[in-house]
Design a protein around this ligand. Structure first.
Ligand SMILES: [Fe+2]
Ligand SMILES: [Fe+2]
Length: 399
C-alpha cells in the first residue's frame, strides 16, 4: 500500500481529491493535511511515498514545504499542484518538486501521475537494483561546471556572455559542446566554431543539456576496461537516438527533455562496464549466445538492466524526473500509463529505430522489429505509424 499525503489549505479541494481517488483506496493509503506545518508533522510521524501539495497556502507555501520534505525525507516523491495564475511563483518549486500538475486537476491526469511515480519508485527501489547500487561504492561526481551553468540561467536577467564564460573556463567541455553542437543531431545550417554562436543558435537550455551530457560521459573516461572505441560508440548511439527523438517529439518542451533522455538513455551500460565489468562481459556473451538484446541478457543475469541502473544514478545526480522515468522504462514502455505521445514513448521508439538502423546489417527492405516491440507498439496504438516513424528516422540521416 502506497502512502500518499495531500496538502491544501482549502478543505473543499481535499474533499474533492478524496472523492476523486476513492476507488483507489485498496492500493493507495490517502492522507490529508490543511497546512504545510501539519503536513510536516504527519511526515515525521510516518514517512510518505508521495506528497502532493498545493502551491499557494497561507503560512508555509508549497515550494517551502516540498523543500523541507526534500531535505528531511529524500525518498518521498514530491508533486506540486498550482493554478495557472501562479505559474510565475511556481518556478520557486522547480528545485524541490518532481512533478507539476495543473489545478483544478483532471482526475485521469492525477491518477496517471500517481501511478507513474509509484511505478518508478518500485522499479528504482527494487532489491536487485539496491544490491547493485550497494556494489557501486564510489559514484563519479559531476563537476561544478554544470551546477554553475544551472545557477547562471536561473538568474532573471542572465547574459549569454556569462554562460559562454562558464563553459570556456572548462576546456574539455567547450570542445565537446562545440563538437556536439556541430553534430547532425541539431541540423545547424552551418558549422559553428565559436561557443557564443553555438549558444545563440541552439539556446541556453540545449547548451546546458549538452554540458550535462558531456559531464556524465566525462565521469567515465575510456580506460583499460572500456576502450576508447566502445566509449565513443556508446556516445554515438546516444547522439543517434537523440537525433531521432527530437524529430519524433511533438512540441518544444518534450523535444528538449526527450533529447537529453536519449543522449543519456544507455548510461547504465557505462556504469555496468566500469563498475561491474564481470557482469557486463557475461551479459554480452549471453546476448551473443542467445541472439538477444543486451538488456534481455542483463535481466537474465541481474534481474534488471542498464535502463534501471542508469535511471537510478541519474536520479542521484538530480536530473529531472521525467528524464529519469523515460530512461528507466525505455525497454518496457507498458509499465506506465501514457498520455498521448509523451517523452517515454518518444525515447522508446527512437531507441528501437536506432537499433534497427545500426544493429542489423543494412539490407534492402526494412528490417523487422522484435515480436515484443511489435506487440508493445500495437498496445500503444502506434503500430500503424511505424512506416512514418521509420521514414522520419531515415530522413534526418545523421552520417
Ligand atoms: Fe537501452
Ligand atoms: Fe539504446
Amino acid at each position: 500500500l502506497k502512502r500518499i499525503l495531500f496538502v491544501d489549505d482549502e478543505s473543499k479541494v481535499l474533499d474533492g481529491l478524496r472523492r476523486m481517488l476513492h476507488a483507489e483506496r485498496k492500493r493507495w493509503d490517502l492522507q490529508f493535511a490543511t497546512s504545510g506545518e501539519d503536513a510536516l508533522k504527519a511526515c515525521e510521524e510516518s514517512a510518505f511515498d508521495v506528497v502532493v501539495s498545493d502551491m499557494r497556502m497561507p503560512g508555509m507555501d508549497g515550494a517551502t514545504l516540498l523543500g523541507h520534505i526534500r531535505d528531511r525525507f529524500p525518498s518521498t516523491t514530491r508533486i506540486i499542484l498550482s493554478g495557472h495564475s501562479e505559474l510565475g511563483s511556481c518556478t520557486r518549486a522547480i528545485p524541490s518538486a518532481h512533478r507539476f500538475l495543473n489545478k483544478p486537476c483532471d482526475p485521469a491526469d492525477l491518477r496517471a501521475t500517481l501511478e507513474r511515480v509509484c511505478t518508478l519508485q518500485e522499479v528504482l527501489g527494487g532489491p536487485e537494483l539496491r544490491k547493485i547500487v550497494g556494489q557501486v561504492s564510489e559514484l563519479p561526481s559531476v563537476s561544478s561546471t554544470y551546477f554553475s551553468l544551472t545557477q547562471a540561467v536561473q538568474e532573471p536577467n542572465f547574459q549569454i556572455a556569462t554562460v559562454v564564460e562558464i563553459i570556456e573556463k572548462d576546456l574539455a567541455m567547450s570542445a565537446r559542446v562545440l563538437q556536439l553542437s556541430n553534430s547532425a543531431f541539431f541540423g545547424l545550417a552551418r558549422r559553428t566554431t565559436n561557443l557564443r554562436d553555438a549558444v545563440t543558435y541552439l539556446g541556453v537550455d540545449t547548451i546546458k543539456n549538452l554540458a550535462l551530457t558531456t559531464e556524465v560521459f566525462r565521469a567515465f573516461e575510456p580506460n583499460s576496461k572500456v576502450s576508447a572505441s566502445v566509449w565513443e560508440a556508446m556516445q554515438q548511439h546516444g547522439i543517434r537516438t537523440a537525433s531521432i527523438a527530437v524529430r519524433l517529439a511533438t512540441n518544444k518542451q518534450s523535444r528538449d527533455i526527450a533529447g537529453v533522455a536519449a543522449l543519456l538513455h544507455d548510461l547504465g551500460k557505462l556504469i555496468l562496464a566500469y563498475k561491474m565489468p564481470d557482469a557486463f562481459c557475461s551479459s554480452i556473451a549471453l546476448a551473443q549466445q542467445n541472439n538477444c538484446r543486451s538488456f534481455e541478457a542483463e535481466e537474465k543475469l541481474l534481474g534488471i538492466s542498464h535502463a534501471e541502473i542508469g535511471a537510478c544514478f541519474l536520479g542521484f545526480w538530480g536530473l529531472p524526473d521525467l528524464i529519469i522515468e523515460a530512461i528507466a522504462h525505455h525497454h518496457h514502455p507498458l509499465r506506465i500509463p501514457h498520455s498521448d505521445f509523451d517523452v517515454s514513448i518518444v525515447l522508446y521508439i527512437a531507441d528501437i529505430l536506432t537499433h534497427e538502423l545500426t544493429d542489423a546489417p543494412v539490407s534492402p527492405g526494412s528490417p523487422d522489429l522484435s515480436e515484443t516491440d511489435r506487440a508493445n507498439l500495437e498496445t500503444l496504438g502506434l503500430l500503424h505509424r511505424l512506416p512514418e516513424f521509420r521514414k522520419l528516422a531515415l530522413d534526418g540521416g545523421d552520417g
